[in-house]
Design a protein around this ligand. Structure first.
Ligand SMILES: [Zn+2]
Length: 304
């Protein structure tokens, strides 16, 4: 769902970017191999704050929501507290652990039949779960009317609660390298994030290790996404002039989708590419072109 653009109005609050990364351990990376298909991913590091005052949608905090039933309860309670200050509309609250977007609102016009008033889909950092009545009221005004004064109150609240924003992970192996010789992964990630995900993908991205002497191989892991530290890694061999940007985008896009989709266990195996995942993947603008290009350049891709 996060890949769909909607015409609804949206707004967002972001936290300060000066957070450190959470010290997450090395973990099972989901890798994408190239002999079959392709993949992708992204990063929002440090630049979340000044995002346009529009948007934000899904993001990577599902683990939090899933793992903790208490989070759902807190969201329900917070929703009823906010609703008390609202005249009309349907409110759908999700609490997140997002590092960059503290608050996002999607306002979807006069909604579905049975309901009256607009539908508000709100994603809030869990710092709001125990907000004071003043802040709760500001939330209602911000959500319902995009109220400027309310926005100020919320901004102050977010600033005062920065310490509750999850620190960024120190990536194993250190520095993130986003600018390659030919492709800038951060730029690609940001473009995709805006276009397909309403800016909500919260991940880092980096080029992988430099390649040694090129030789023909049987496969290539073009991209991978680590669930635990929300990091995307793109194979260094894709940083070549002959590789078109749309192809790198496709790989990155695929990895970004891993943050959006669950990986259900089917017949005892974790299914990373569910039917829904594949449907979303096919929504990539240059999907057919990318697949075709991959097929036509497989030999080159496998020589690295
Ligand atoms: Zn994948």
């Amino acid at each position: 769902m996060a890949t769909k653009q909607t015409s609804s109005s949206e707004s967002a609050h972001s936290g300060n970017p000066e957070n450190a990364r959470p010290g997450n351990p090395e973990n099972a990376r989901h890798r994408r191999t190239a002999s079959r298909a392709a993949s992708l991913a992204g990063d929002l590091r440090g630049r979340g704050r000044r995002r346009r005052a529009t948007d934000k949608l899904e993001s990577g905090e599902f683990a939090l929501a899933r793992a903790d039933g208490a989070v759902a309860d807190a969201a329900t309670m917070l929703a009823s507290r906010i609703r008390a200050h609202m005249a009309a509309g349907h409110l759908d609250i999700t609490l997140t652990d997002n590092r960059y977007t503290m608050l996002s609102v999607r306002r979807e016009g006069e909604c579905n039949e049975a309901r009256t008033g607009p539908q508000y889909r709100v994603r809030l950092h869990h710092m709001f779960a125990d907000a004071t009545p003043t802040v709760t009221q500001a939330l209602a005004h911000y959500i319902g009317k995009d109220d400027k004064d309310a926005s100020k109150i919320l901004g102050d609240f977010i600033d005062a609660n920065q310490h509750r924003v999850r620190a960024e992970a120190s990536r194993k192996g250190g520095r993130l390298i986003t600018k390659g010789a030919c492709h800038d992964l951060q730029d690609i990630f940001d473009g995709l994030n805006d276009h397909y995900f309403d800016g909500t993908i919260d991940a880092t991205i980096t080029w992988g290790q430099k390649c040694g002497k090129a030789q023909r191989r049987n496969s290539i892991k073009m991209g991978s996404y680590s669930l635990e530290d929300r990091s995307i890694r793109i194979h260094r061999s894709l940083d070549k002039a002959y590789i078109p940007r749309f192809f790198v985008e496709w790989i990155v896009y695929h990895e970004m989708l891993h943050q959006v989709h669950d990986a259900p266990i089917v017949n005892g195996r974790r299914q990373f590419h569910s039917k829904a995942f594949l449907e979303d993947e096919a929504a990539f603008e240059h999907y057919a072109l990318a697949r075709l290009w991959e097929r036509d350049h497989l030999d080159q891709l496998l020589t690295y």
